[in-house]
Design a protein around this ligand. Structure first.
Ligand code: ADP
Length: 703
């Protein structure tokens, strides 16, 4: 892009949209694109208020293989928005940003303010090949075999055209015996070549299968390790799309490329044969093909950019489809089909429009390429005619060359186009899959190295502060917990009470490290929980939430998920403790009953009890119950409380329950307000000392 704009609001908006699209096409990450938009808008508005909206900005973008530079030039007095702007948005956006713009002032008759953004462009073919290479290691010997067979086949593919050329010459000389001998030799060569190619394709297929298996397993594993907040921020659509569509696109691209390489070898063979027959014609053909190849390469680059934009739209579409399928019941009950359909349509239109644009650009390039190709064929015949007229060629050789060109000219460039389309597909899918494994793009949970599976379960919060939106650009920071400190002794049962939104669930999320505190420290048995390895930390904590996830498998398998060696007796005992045994036994398939996705075929209360049984089977030192019995009637809830009483003292229990009657027996109650402990003590103590607690209790009592 190389353009000049005025600094009025409309032009600024237009420019920001255009440049953002440019960044999206170059594969710049979402966070960088957002920072770019915010910072550019602030800076341009700053310039607008300093120099007025009639002032002009020269915008220049330059893209190289590995970087994209955007340069904005404003003529006028020196004004550096990076230093002088008072915009909080700008300060927040620039803070800690690797691609933050730089400013320089060029003195002259007219001074120039220059702002430069530099972005690293990711996803070159080389990087993508290196990434895929990692997964090819397990099938190295097959890859070696495939390449070796391919090289051998090249020799045959050179001999083939040379022999067919000879047949044409011998036919024109009416040398019958030689024609028969050469034809037989050609037959043998072609059969051998086919056998070798079959072997080569088989070897590639093994490589592709093994590679894909490793890649898919690694991507799935990486998704499970991604930090919880990243998953929440990006939504499920992105991950589903990459795990399913991108892995399968990568596989198709890989396979098609392997298949077509043999074809390419054949064209290399024809070219080699051409050198032998006529070096001049060979040079002419190379020149003619170069123009077409250069255009194809250009098409591929543009196609990759547009493909990126399309895939981003496709992810948004998959996201809403996922939500629609999961929330279909609620959508119907809310009578919100219309609203959802509108949203869905908008995203479908967005995705389809961007695909149409992608196709349209491809089509235009293809049209130009085909015109050039036909022009090339015409030029080739003219060259042959010219060489014949000056007797640099005889008729037989001209026929041979014409035969070569008809095999090479059109099919080779068409094939090249197809191959480049698959290279684009390979690149796009590969860069999206690489992102999943890349810690900078999707940070993974990090654990320490302390291994201890014999913890007592003492929990301590030391001056812990936490916010869900810290470091995010859109919103101001809202502290959910502030300087929170408390200790829970091993075996103690502590209840967290407080109004909705006071930070109770957040405390549980922090203990199990779904999030990490902004400051302060959380420890178990005196050790910072960030120093434990995954096994020690997650292995010692069992969590039951208000709406636990029950998987689409049998009840038995849902329980076995936490203990592969689960015996029938253990399973039934846990179900009995969770007061769900009788209901399971009354089902025709008993423990083999398959529950629907997310436990849809169970009632809310049954899901909660199954989750409690699952948690009890884990036999952990810390049990976190977050409204775990909220969907149960009082009698069942009381029975579960009695079951939990049996483990009292054996493990540390933290309970959140809005129904205060379920927690009156806790050893201690912490009353939370705005992320801080307002009061603590037993039920009787708080009734006397904490008005807020008393009010909650009395209101419940009157219900
Ligand atoms: P409680 O359990 O006491 O009802 P929470 O700990 O769930 O409260 O929530 C405390 C605050 O944090 C609320 O204002 C809530 O809106 C906010 N919050 C909770 N979870 C998230 C999240 N995943 N992302 C952003 N904000 C959240």
């Amino acid at each position: 892009m190389n353009t000049k704009i005025l600094l009025d609001n409309k032009s600024i908006d237009r420019l920001i949209i255009d440049l953002s699209t440019e960044l999206e096409k170059a594969g710049i990450l979402k966070d960088d694109r957002l920072r770019f938009r915010l910072s550019l808008e602030e800076m341009l508005l700053d310039y607008q208020s300093t120099f007025g909206n009639k002032c002009q900005v020269l915008v220049r973008t330059a893209r190289k293989a590995d970087k994209l530079e955007i340069r904005l030039t404003l003529e006028g007095e020196e004004y550096n928005p990076l230093k002088e702007s008072e915009s909080l948005v700008l300060i927040k956006t620039l803070h800690g940003w690797k691609s933050a713009p730089t400013y320089q002032y060029e003195d002259g008759t007219v001074g120039k303010n220059i702002l430069i953004f530099r972005f690293a462009v990711r996803g070159s073919l080389k990087e993508n090949l290196i990434f895929t290479w990692k997964y090819t290691q397990a099938s190295k010997k097959y890859l070696f075999l495939a390449v070796l067979l391919q090289l051998i086949s090249v020799v045959f593919m050179i001999i083939g055209p040379v022999l067919s050329a000879r047949i044409i010459v011998e036919l024109t000389d009416v040398a019958i015996y030689q024609v028969i001998c050469t034809a037989f030799a050609l037959f043998v060569v072609n059969i051998a070549s086919s056998v070798i190619m079959a072997g080569c394709n088989w070897a590639y297929n093994v490589v592709y299968n093994k590679t894909l298996t490793l890649l898919e397993a690694d991507i799935s594993e990486s998704v499970l390790k991604i930090e919880n907040k990243e998953m929440e921020d990006n939504g499920t659509g992105l991950f589903i799309q990459r795990l399913t569509v991108d892995t399968s696109n990568l596989a198709t691209a890989f396979n098609t490329l392997a298949d077509n390489i043999s074809q390419i070898c054949q064209y290399v063979g024809i070219l080699a044969a051409m050198i032998i027959v006529s070096p001049i014609v060979f040079i002419a053909v190379v020149l003619l093909l170069s123009v077409q190849i250069a255009l194809e390469l250009r098409r591929q680059k543009v196609s990759k950019d547009n493909g990126r934009v399309y895939r981003n739209y496709a992810e948004r579409y998959t996201g809403i489809v996922g939500e629609m399928v999961r929330g279909v019941k609620d959508i119907k009950l809310l009578n919100a089909e219309g609203q959802f359909e509108r949203e869905l349509k908008e995203r479908i239109v967005g995705a389809n429009d961007s695909r149409m644009k992608w196709d349209a650009v491809n089509r235009s390039y293809r049209l130009v390429i085909s015109v050039i190709r036909e022009g090339g064929a015409l030029a080739f015949i003219a060259i042959l005619a010219g060489l014949l007229s000056v007797e640099k060629l005889n008729v037989a050789t001209a026929l041979v060359l014409f035969n070569y060109y008809s095999k090479l000219g059109t099919p080779a460039t068409v094939l090249l186009g197809t191959i480049l389309d698959f290279v684009t597909q390979f690149n796009l899918s590969c860069e999206r899959l690489r992102d999943i494994t890349d810690d900078n793009v999707f940070p993974k949970e990090k654990f320490g190295s302390i291994h201890n599976t014999n913890l007592n379960g003492e929990i301590e919060f030391k001056k812990v502060s936490f916010s869900y939106n810290i470091g995010k650009l859109k919103t101001s920071t809202r502290w959910v917990l502030q300087n929170l400190s408390f200790t829970i002794k091993p075996g103690e049962t502590v209840a967290l009470v407080g109004r909705s939104g006071s930070g109770k669930t957040t405390i549980m999320n922090l203990i199990s490290r779904l999030y990490d505190p902004f400051s302060g420290m959380i420890s178990i048995d005196g050790i910072n929980i960030q120093d434990f390895d995954r096994e020690s930390l997650r292995g010692c904590i069992s969590v039951v939430t208000q709406s636990p996830y029950i998987f689409q498998m049998s009840i038995r398998d849902n329980l076995r998920i936490v203990n592969q060696a689960l015996t029938e007796e253990e399973m039934k005992r846990a179900a009995a403790l969770a007061c769900i045994d009788e209901e399971i036994e009354s089902k025709p398939e008993k423990y083999d009953t398959i529950v629907g996705e997310g436990g849809i075929s169970l009632s809310g209360g049954q899901r909660q009890r199954l989750a409690i049984a699952r948690a009890l089977l884990r036999d952990c030192k810390i049990l976190l119950l977050d409204e775990a019995t909220s969907a149960l009637d009082n009698v069942t809830q009381d029975n579960i409380r009695k079951s939990l009483d049996r483990i009292k003292g054996k493990c540390t229990v933290i309970i959140i329950a809005h129904r205060l009657s379920t927690i009156v027996g806790a050893d201690r109650i912490l009353y939370l307000q705005d992320g801080q402990i307002l009061a603590e003590g037993t039920h009787d103590e708080l009734i006397n000392s904490c008005a807020q607690y008393r009010e909650l209790y009395e209101k419940e009592d009157k219900k």
